[in-house]
Design a protein around this ligand. Structure first.
Ligand code: SIN
Length: 295
């Protein structure tokens, strides 16, 4: 297997301890859990998405565990501005605040609460099951550009997390780039559903949800590969990454770093496990493999 040289890395304006970040939505709701994931080897952590008003989320069931994946429709539950106090235990650490809003002004309002308390922002323009938020606006290039600009002009690193549920993800990536994004995160979950044959009803309370885990890894690789050909800003690969070889594959497709979510549910020590397999002092400089699969 290809191994790469270890060391801190700066991606999209954010200094990380290594190439592996905790993805939004998994163990990101408290300062204690974010701190724990950094102690357990994550090079940076992304918070649960925070929005302009407190939100309870969808009614349950909100999560279904599938073979090789998870189906969720949490509905963006969050305490809004009160989340600030959770950032205390991780002050000055590589923490990215995942934020959402329904308009550019809402994105900017939420971002201002966290200015100088985090290392950067990740705009959730991609949740596939939240009315008026996420992919509801993140499938429109003009709105992606405007929301990105509203945050990037505040002067902090601004990452934009994209939905794969579009015909052409590069049109959305280019819109984020025009809006001043410092990096693109690809991908959020794939819109999906399951039906309980016993109950003759959808499994999730919201009916539709987002699919994550190993089964979406090939979709994520394809999206990163396409974005690398279309955009100049760095890409952070996300979607079903569970092994060091998955990280290398994502880098070969064009990712400068990766986010890991569903696999953390299966193995809380996954960051250390991947680091052991991925890094060696005499490994290849990471820059040599990023995008190397492109002719
Ligand atoms: C949720 O809270 O519903 C999940 C967030 C997301 O898919 O972006």
């Amino acid at each position: 297997m290809v191994v790469i040289r270890p060391g801190p890395v700066t991606v999209g304006g954010v200094a990380l301890d290594n190439h592996l970040l905790l993805a939004a939505g998994v163990l990101g709701t408290t300062g204690a859990s974010l701190a724990r994931m950094l102690q357990l080897g994550a090079g940076g952590v992304v918070t649960k998405s925070i929005g302009p008003e407190p939100k309870d989320g969808h009614h349950g069931p909100c999560v279904a565990v599938l073979d090789d994946g998870l189906l969720n429709a949490m509905g963006l539950p969050n305490p809004s501005k009160d989340f600030i106090e959770e950032l205390e235990p991780v002050a000055k650490k590589p923490v990215i605040a995942s934020i959402f809003g329904g308009t550019p002004a809402e994105f900017a309002r939420v971002a201002r609460w966290f200015l100088d308390r985090v290392s950067g922002f990740e705009l959730n323009l991609s949740c596939p099951h939240a009315e008026g938020y996420g992919a509801a606006i993140g499938t429109d290039p003009a709105r992606v550009e405007a929301c990105t600009r509203a945050v990037s002009t505040l002067g902090m690193p601004t990452w934009v997390k994209l939905t794969p549920n579009v015909t052409d993800i590069t049109a959305i990536g280019k819109a984020a780039e025009r809006g001043g994004a410092s990096a693109i995160v690809a991908i959020n979950t794939v819109k999906a559903m399951r039906i309980s044959t016993g109950l003759q009803r959808p499994v999730l309370g919201n009916r539709y949800g987002g699919l994550s885990g190993s089964m979406i890894f090939p979709v994520a690789v394809r999206c990163v590969y396409e974005l690398y050909e279309a955009c100049k800003i760095p890409i952070i690969g996300c979607g079903g990454i569970a092994t060091a070889d998955n990280v290398v594959e994502m880098m070969m497709a064009g990712a400068s770093a990766v986010e890991i979510g569903s696999a953390v549910r299966d193995d809380i020590t996954i960051f250390e496990t991947i680091k052991k397999d991925l890094y060696a002092k005499k490994g290849i400089p990471p820059e040599e493999i990023i995008g190397c699969a492109h002719a």
